[in-house]
Ligand binder design. Structure first.
Ligand code: BG6
Length: 489
């Protein structure tokens, strides 16, 4: 049997401490779909053997039976006895207004078990953060060992993100703050760290000398669905690139950290963000494209346009962005990094492609294929790592060869259920390990680079329309001879 090696964060005890998790926005979609189910699965797997309670805070009255039935829809096929036992840990509290007076009952509950650490999950728009923080401070509930979990969007510009951060810092310290980017909890994304830093093979070739370009695609087949209000104010650049794609890039491009200590890892990620080449007036015309979906069709089904989906006559909001950028440091000098993300694309399909350079000398003169490798890290729909290499076609005669893939399918190698990103992230919050959470200076560096785009792009980068169910206008920014690798049928 293969030996399983556990990698532990040496500076953070993996011990799980007793906790009270207070979810503001407890009857919201995220809470019912992700947060509570993630905790259930950890509980069902026997990982939550501590004393804990989950408080779902809502503004309006919430019928308990209805609430539990809704959560149950997102648990999948599970043992009903375990569900029943888990639900005993769930308390629903109605708090119509965030102020000290209304927090009295919550305070009574939380203080009944002083040994439990308090974790406050802000699953509400950032406009409500200020009132919540003030009420927590006034009631003395934000203590030295409390934690706060924040969901994006944390602002829409550097300035607004600073304002939100100031509010949070009025009640908590940075060591207590967990800014979630759920992409960092995805298994294949975490595996990026292991791939790079636990294998000898790749790290030696992981630089501009050997890599031609890096492509990151996060394509979604769905449109904006029921989030028109939020999405139309946000757009693809802020919804996806400012956070998820930049975080993926950090893990791919950062220098090897000296340990898994949270700040050591985050220092390296921050250096990547600070080294991103800002866009200029010229590159905004050539190296970035923004698009918006129009009507189209997919598997015989007619699809609406974005304007129809948001029920508006006019909107300049982009549902697609592709761009080319660079990391200006020694390791990545002049290596193009391509990002592409969009809604209503042909398929839900996300991957990171590392395109290696052509070999310096070709001894196979008859070869019809350029001699180059590709490493593909597929995040969705299936989780897989694929190394494309050239191999000889069996048979006598000359050397004929073709690219074949060495594939590691996670589902084959690790047969168990793939945990949802929130399971890992919530356990890290409970343990107090911030490695997979964004520090504020990382966020600020990301905003600074994003502002080199948003400050001028409405003038310099015209909106292009693309048909729903296609791959969008991403080819417009590719250098001659370079293509997007991803175009599955
Ligand atoms: C969210 C965005 O952060 O990520 C959504 O707000 C997007 O617009 C979603 O659909 C994609 O997440 P996943 O895990 O389905 O790739």
């Amino acid at each position: 049997m293969n030996k399983v090696i556990f990698m532990r964060n040496q500076t953070h005890s993996p011990q799980i401490k007793d906790f009270n998790l207070v979810i503001f926005g407890g009857n919201g979609d995220l809470s019912k779909r992700k947060i509570i189910p993630a905790l259930f699965h950890r509980y069902a797997d026997g990982q939550l053997k501590v004393d804990f309670e989950i408080y779902s805070i809502s503004r309006s009255p919430q019928d308990r039976a209805e609430f539990l039935a809704e959560i149950q829809k997102f648990l999948g096929k599970v043992d009903s006895k375990k569900v029943e036992a888990f639900f005993k840990h769930l308390v629903i509290l109605e708090i119509p207004k965030n102020n000290a007076e209304n927090y009295a009952e919550m305070k009574k509950h939380l203080e009944a078990n002083p040994n439990r650490q308090a974790i406050f999950y802000f699953s509400v728009p950032s406009g409500a953060f200020s009132e919540i923080c003030t009420a927590l401070k006034e009631t003395g509930l934000s203590k030295n060992d409390s934690k706060v979990v924040l969901e994006k969007p944390l602002g829409h510009s550097l300035k607004s993100s600073e304002e939100i951060n100031d509010i949070i810092m009025s009640a908590f310290e940075e060591r207590q703050v967990f800014r979630i980017d759920h992409y960092l909890g995805k298994e294949t994304v975490q595996n990026l760290m292991v791939l790079r830093f636990a294998n000898h093979l790749f790290e030696r070739a992981w630089n501009a000398e050997n890599i031609e370009n890096i492509q990151i695609t996060v394509a979604e087949s769905l449109g904006v669905e029921k989030r028109a209000g939020y999405y139309d104010k946000t757009g693809a650049l802020l919804d996806m690139i400012q956070n998820h794609l930049l975080q993926l890039l950090c893990l791919i491009a950062m220098e090897p950290p000296s340990s898994l200590d949270p700040d050591t890892v985050r220092n390296e990620k921050q250096k990547v963000l600070e080294s991103l080449r800002p866009f200029t007036k010229e590159t905004l015309e050539t190296d970035i494209v923004r698009g918006q979906y129009t009507r189209g069709a997919s598997t015989g089904k007619k699809l609406n346009s974005y304007l129809e989906d948001i029920d508006a006559y006019d909107s300049e909001t982009e549902t697609f962005v592709a761009l080319k950028t660079y990391i200006d440091n020694w390791r990545w000098k002049n290596t193009p990094i391509y990002f592409r993300t969009g809604k209503r694309m042909k398929k839900r399909y996300s991957d990171i492609v590392i395109n290696f350079k052509e070999l310096p000398h070709n001894i196979f003169q008859d070869s019809q294929h350029p001699l180059r490798n590709k490493l593909i890290i597929r995040l969705q729909p299936e989780e897989r790592i694929e190394l494309v290499q050239l191999s000889k076609i069996p048979g006598p005669g000359g050397y004929r060869f073709k690219p074949i893939s060495l594939k590691l399918d996670f589902i084959d190698s690790f047969k168990d259920r793939m945990p949802d990103a929130y399971e890992r992230l919530l356990m890290d919050v409970i343990r107090g390990n911030q490695t997979l959470f964004m520090r504020y200076d990382e966020l600020a560096a990301a905003w600074q680079w994003i502002e080199s785009i948003t400050n001028h792009w409405k003038k310099s980068t015209p909106l292009k329309l693309y048909e729903s169910g296609t791959w969008g206008p991403g080819d417009d920014i590719m250098e001659e001879g370079t293509q997007w690798k991803t175009s599955p049928k």
